[in-house]
Design a protein around this ligand. Structure first.
Ligand code: ZN
Length: 222
């Protein structure tokens, strides 16, 4: 791996993208982070991302994506829409159509401008609620399209693609970032940092993975 290369990390201040940030810092000589402001219910999410980037001395870009909110009102952006898990193969109310398509395309444009060849995103097929734009096939397809559109040789990295939540905690631990990720990231749909509200789908997923990982670690299965 050539580490004299630059990467842009799509960064929300959550567990997954913060783990990706540490992963990228290990791997590339220069790392920048990009956060998209699309009118998340909790502007705290942006604050949290800002604080983490500051603390890690990472150059941080915050891009206005309010257009996405305008086009696709959803449970993450509107107080009037409840956070619901998808039942019977339906997508949950937190699904924002086209989100990763747009985010990664804009990350690509930013990477073009800043001279970065690598783009890192924390999407995962494993534990997610079936979001189509978290699938490996979509990412690979978009990577080709972006390269064709800008005549570049970007590489989109998805270090969490095949990891479940417990394995994502393990990766954070291996990167020496377990405590940092546990205490400083925001995953909760209700805007509570670290261990969160404990009740929303995001918190339950995070907690289940954490407990599983701690149990495995305690049992020496590392
Ligand atoms: Zn929560």
């Amino acid at each position: 791996m050539n580490n004299k290369e630059k990467a842009v990390v799509v960064f929300s201040g959550g567990q997954d993208s913060t783990t990706c940030l540490f992963w990228a810092m290990k791997r590339f000589s220069e790392v920048e982070a990009v956060t998209f402001d699309y009118g998340q219910r909790h502007s705290l999410e942006i604050e949290c991302a800002k604080n983490i980037a500051n603390e890690l001395c990472i150059r941080h870009h915050i891009l206005d994506m309010s257009l996405l909110n305008q086009l696709a009102p959803n449970a993450l952006t509107r107080d009037g829409i409840a956070v619901k898990e998808g039942k019977d193969g339906q997508l949950p109310s937190t699904f924002v159509p086209g989100r990763n398509l747009l985010f990664l395309s804009f990350a690509g444009i930013l990477a073009y401008q800043t001279g970065a060849r690598h783009i890192v995103t924390g999407v995962s097929e494993t534990d997610f609620s079936g979001y189509p734009d978290c699938r490996d096939q979509f990412i690979k397809s978009l990577n080709v399209t972006m390269n064709l559109s800008m005549n570049q040789s970007f590489v989109i990295h998805t270090p969490l693609m095949w990891l479940d939540k417990a394995e994502t905690w393990r990766l954070a631990d291996e990167l020496g970032a377990f405590e940092f990720v546990r205490k400083k990231t925001l995953t909760c749909y209700h805007g509570k940092i670290a261990d969160g509200c404990g009740e929303c789908p995001a918190c339950r997923l995070r907690k289940k993975g954490l407990e599983q990982y701690l149990q495995e670690k305690g049992a020496g299965k590392r």
